[in-house]
Ligand binder design. Sequence first.
Ligand code: KG4
Ligand code: ZN
Length: 368
Amino acid sequence: MKILSIETSCDETAVTLLEIDGPLDKPDIKVLGNTLLSQVALHEQYGGVYPTLAKREHIKNLPVLLEKTLHEAGCVMTNDQYPIPKELDFIAVTAGPGLEPALWAGITFAAELGKRWDKPVVPVNHMEGHIWSVLYTEPKISNDEFLISKKLELPALALLVSGGHTELVLVKDFGHYQILGRTLDDAVGEAFDKAARMLGLSYPGGPKLSKLASISRGKKGSLDFKLPSPMLHSGDLNFSFSGLKTAVLYKLRDAKRDDEEFKEDMARAFEDAAVAALAGKTRTALENLGDEIKTLIVAGGVSANTRLISELGKMLRSFPALAFRTPARMLTTDNAVMIGIAAYVSVVKRPELLKGGEISAEGNLTYL
Ligand code: KG4
Ligand code: ZN
């Protein structure tokens, strides 16, 4: 199937042309054209994402990215217009969850394109996009051979960690999901960004905070203080990160230090506590589910965090039969490749989606 996919749920505008065929557990995915424009620099000055500003930028960027994607895919312009990509099956667009004004920008653009090209438009759940981002395996850099990936075995447990979401999802089958736990307040990426801001790091501070933490680990074996690992013993699978953020605030205030070494140590204490909460709840979920689970999926922006991946790796020694899947680096943060893949999964499971129909932005969209 050939799919044009569009993602505008937050501060990334992305357009991809994909060709996907084959079984869902090991599809053959070819990225024909792929473009992405991040608004990070724009939102940096406000310390977070402004929905109406994001919408305005998406509206401005979408036609430009569409042209670039089609050009990259080898489509040739005639009369100043790009023709419909040859053998295009449908258009996929993120319908939620996300910032509603931003989502509407993508949906309106997709609907207009669908009308112009006479192609159906299929709504995609952004979180399903993060889950199925792990179906893409990167081509080897050195030659044209593709990494032979194993089939993705289900049921899986998915830990989804991003700037907007933190949840543990039981993936029973393609198209069948159950949320087992979620954050009760801040998402983990948001907590990373807020703690980073307190340390004077610019938005999005998650990766910068993580870098500081690793400098501290390189300098000393252990810290002389710890921050509380939130909800670790709450007895359920929910998360909470706002208390950890407040703990950073108080520690900074009480210590009356703002030298570089103290910042590095604070970053490390924060990262240790946040990662312990994520790894701890994931372990509990795996223990509760038992042998039923074949794969652990970890996806979303924070899956780029090396501390998280290494701690999960250690935890997985207790579950030797479990396969571990994370997305290729370029697919950890928001992108349109994962939206195209999730659309393929949806359409294979529910071909009636190709009949089209009105799509609305749903900021709090949950699994179908
Ligand atoms: O999935 P994503 O691109 O967007 C949302 O859907 O929210 O995730 C972005 C989030 C940001 O909060 C960013 O700080 C965080 O992922 N992030 C990281 C790292 N890389 C990205 N947080 C901690 N460590 C990292 N290495
Ligand atoms: Zn996301």
